[in-house]
Design a binder for this molecule. Structure first.
Ligand SMILES: NC(=O)c1ccc[n+]([C@@H]2O[C@H](COP(=O)([O-])OP(=O)(O)OC[C@H]3O[C@@H](n4cnc5c(N)ncnc54)[C@H](O)[C@@H]3O)[C@@H](O)[C@H]2O)c1
Length: 472
């Protein structure tokens, strides 16, 4: 099918490249001239694993073209809207990019168009889009508007798009349902050359869920808000663990073994960030408010998340007493590993708070440095974790990049001013540090070898190792 994708950001570029990978002819439009120039010169404007290869192959096969939005609208039967929906000051989703695109479509399209909302939008946006397209229709075109929320995660976007657990489409006509099924058929049947695995399972296990537009739109906001709630929940459990002498890693492991709960999104830490959870949670709160529903549960989720930074800073203060003049090494800036995305990254609020107290920050991130420089100019950026740690009074682990697992701790010990690691992502087990010469603090784990769980009571690493051996 001839498909256009509007917006070549994290979602749009992945969507365009993957739709080309499964056999469609894709025209991807981008309004940011700098990004478009890069794409046309075969330079990827973002870091996303595997995406460069998929784009390159699609371009070589002539299945993927980049250009202007008007041309994209004219050339395709299906238009995937992948523009940004950032938060307004009051928490509402800013739909101005979608609204102006709707006017462009109504102005430029001739004949039938399947208009697919892939951007995350508030419930009832589809019906507004339908009305708007009718209102501005200049060439008596015919439209179906479909909601097709995207669930990919940055860092594994290509994998998630090509091997999703579900594809949700919200439609108001049989024609739209059939076209959406046709578009996704190769993924549902697992019949496409997979760029990542030499051998994929023969059945995909993908559920193609066809529903109404309002429900599809709600599925996206409800899903992200629910996941955010899981994170805030385990973060409160972590706070409790620190007070009562328990280990949040063990608590979440025990909880996650229950299939009704599941283990994902039960990692305690600095809280969630990124372009989805914070804004989608806010937007969902606003949707509920405007609909007269008291969803105060979600306000608590947000409040807990916002308090994580101060909780972490207080941990550092307790160790270093005064932060003014101290050098702090920040490892990881991106909102999560395997991306360069800095939007609403917890590192921003953390670094700003530490700078405000007079600390000096040296930071290292494997991919996000260039984007971080735009939002955090008063930081010394380093080329590796050792350089960042040189002369530091503490190493702060903010994003759990896997390369931090394989470092030379003797070398680190020789370069730091004070051997202290404060791990905001619980990357390590406390006992791993008993022989490294560093004091190690993490989140929600009071049972470290040097932290008694009650006065007079000590618990050493040997007991923990022995217990591990009898845990099947
Ligand atoms: N990033 C994620 O992990 C993720 C996951 C699922 C859903 N979403 C949702 O998908 C949407 C896009 O997110 P993103 O992270 O890709 O945003 P993004 O900011 O990376 O990309 C949006 C792109 O659209 C371009 N654009 C805006 N108006 C345009 C127009 N008229 N014509 C052509 N290009 C235009 C922008 O220049 C930008 O490059 C959002 O609604 C987001 O909530 C994001």
């Amino acid at each position: 099918m001839k498909i256009s994708v509007i917006g070549a950001g994290y979602v749009g570029l992945t969507t365009a490249a993957c739709l080309a990978q499964i056999g469609h002819d894709v025209f991807c439009a981008e309004s940011d001239v700098g990004k478009l120039n890069k794409l046309q010169a075969d330079i990827l404007p973002i870091f996303e694993p595997h995406l460069g290869d998929v784009v390159r192959v699609a371009r070589r096969r002539g299945k993927l073209t980049f250009g202007q939005t008007e041309e994209a609208i004219e050339k395709s039967q299906a238009i995937f809207i992948c523009v940004g929906t950032p938060p307004l000051a009051n928490g509402d989703a800013d739909l101005s990019a979608i609204e102006s695109l709707a006017r462009m479509i109504a102005k430029s399209a001739r004949g039938y168009r399947l208009v697919v909302e892939k951007s995350t939008v508030p419930v009832q946006t589809g019906s507004k889009l339908r009305r708007h397209l009718r209102l501005h229709n200049q060439h008596e075109s015919d439209y179906d508007v479909v909601s097709n929320p995207e669930f990919l995660r940055e860092g594994s976007a290509v994998e998630d798009f090509l091997h999703p657990d579900r594809i949700v489409v919200g439609v108001e006509s049989l024609r739209a349902a059939e076209l959406m099924r046709e578009i996704y058929q190769p993924i549902v049947n697992n019949e496409f050359p997979c760029p990542m695995h030499s051998k994929c399972p023969t059945t995909s296990g993908v559920r193609f869920l066809c529903t109404d537009t309002n429900s599809a739109e709600l599925i996206k906001h409800a899903s992200n808000s629910f996941l955010a709630m899981k994170i805030s929940f385990i973060n409160m459990v972590a706070n409790l663990c620190e007070v009562v002498g328990a280990d949040v890693g063990r608590v979440s492991e025990g909880m996650g073994l229950d299939p009704r709960i599941g283990s994902s999104f039960l990692n305690a830490g600095l809280g969630f960030g990124g372009f989805c959870f914070p804004k989608d949670l806010q937007a969902f709160i606003r949707i509920a408010e405007k609909s007269g529903c008291d969803f105060s549960l979600l306000k608590e989720v947000e409040k807990i998340n916002q308090s994580r930074i101060e909780y972490f800073v207080e941990k550092i203060r307790k160790e270093l007493w005064v932060l003014r003049g101290k050098k702090l090494a920040v490892w990881g800036l991106a909102f999560k590993p395997n991306t360069d995305d800095m939007r609403y990254a917890p590192s921003i609020a953390l670094v700003e708070s530490l700078l405000k107290e007079g600390a000096n920050i040296s930071a290292y991130d494997p991919q996000a440095t260039e984007k971080a420089k735009e939002v955090l100019p008063d930081v010394t950026y380093c080329g590796d974790p050792y350089e960042a740690a040189r002369g530091a009074h503490a190493i702060l682990i903010v994003t759990e990049w896997s390369e931090f697992r394989d470092l030379d701790w003797d070398r680190l010990l020789s370069v730091v001013e004070q051997p202290l690691v404060v791990d905001g992502r619980n990357m390590f087990r406390p006992e791993e540090f008993s022989s490294r010469g560093f004091r190690y603090l993490s989140i929600g784990r009071a049972l470290t070898p040097d932290t008694p769980s009650a006065p007079g009571e000590t618990r050493d690493g040997t007991l923990d190792s022995a217990i591990q051996n009898i845990t099947a």
